[in-house]
Design a protein around this ligand. Structure first.
Ligand code: MD3
Ligand code: FE
Length: 218
């Protein structure tokens, strides 16, 4: 066995790669070696664009706190969901995407079978116990041929993965600190959500769950 075969250690551990759909998978613990670089980069982003609770077009306040970085940031208000170049709260462009976010997303996408993934938007969700994300589709991006890469940190969550119709049966997938999920191709427009986060304490993040999703939006 040559050293080269171990260059991508995660590919050599099939138990860490879980298929959850034809073109989507969980990479268990993939982000763990990156956490101590991700958190300071995240702090810099949040200093410029703090978490805020957005309102849906239907008038509901989302329970998760949201922020964004990259050329495009996702926003919701009474007028609808969309990507913008400017953070409506600060009136300034969204913070730059940290290089470490871009790198991690590209690596994870490659391992999942999507070469050359170039994210231009990263939505950051913060959940405290009780916060959830209702079943929805992500379809504000311009091009659905690019995958979405999501990184989970802190408290665990139960991810709901549905089908192409809102009423389709959902599978429940637990997501833990350091897990990455990659969705693409035929799975890109499947309904999904997150059950209310259970109370708890994570040794590194305390009583919160962070999720960042990297997308090609523009
Ligand atoms: C599946 N976030 O930000 S992981 C979202 O854990 C979102 O914060 C959840 O749904 C969270 O939109 C779920 C991310 C996720 C993102 C995009 C997807 C799952 C997806 C697109 C297609 C299928
Ligand atoms: Fe989503």
């Amino acid at each position: 066995m040559t050293l080269d075969l171990f260059a991508d250690a995660d590919l050599q551990q099939p138990e860490r790669f879980e298929s959850i759909g034809a073109q989507s998978c969980v990479l268990r613990g993939f982000a763990l070696p990156w956490v101590e670089r991700l958190l300071p980069a995240l702090a810099k982003v949040l200093a410029q664009a703090p978490f805020r609770q957005m309102v849906t077009p239907g008038g509901f306040t989302m329970s998760a706190g949201l922020s964004s970085c990259g050329a495009l940031g996702w926003t919701s208000d009474r007028d609808g969901y969309r990507y913008t170049r400017v953070d409506p709260q600060s009136g300034r462009p969204w913070p730059e995407m940290p290089e470490v976010f871009r790198q991690l997303a590209e690596d994870a996408a490659r391992v999942a079978g999507f070469a050359h993934f170039a994210a231009d938007a990263c939505l950051i969700n913060r959940y405290v116990p009780g916060a959830k994300m209702s079943l929805h589709q992500d379809r504000n991006e311009r091009d659905f041929s690019a995958p979405v890469v999501s990184v989970s940190l802190g408290l665990p969550a139960i991810f709901l993965f549905g089908g192409h119709e809102r009423g389709d049966k959902t599978q429940r997938i637990p997501l833990f600190h350091g897990d990455i999920v990659v969705w693409g191709g035929v799975d890109r427009l499947r309904f999904h959500g997150v059950l209310p986060i259970k109370d708890g304490h994570h040794p590194r993040l305390g009583a919160e769950r962070l999720n960042f999703t990297l997308r090609t939006a523009g």
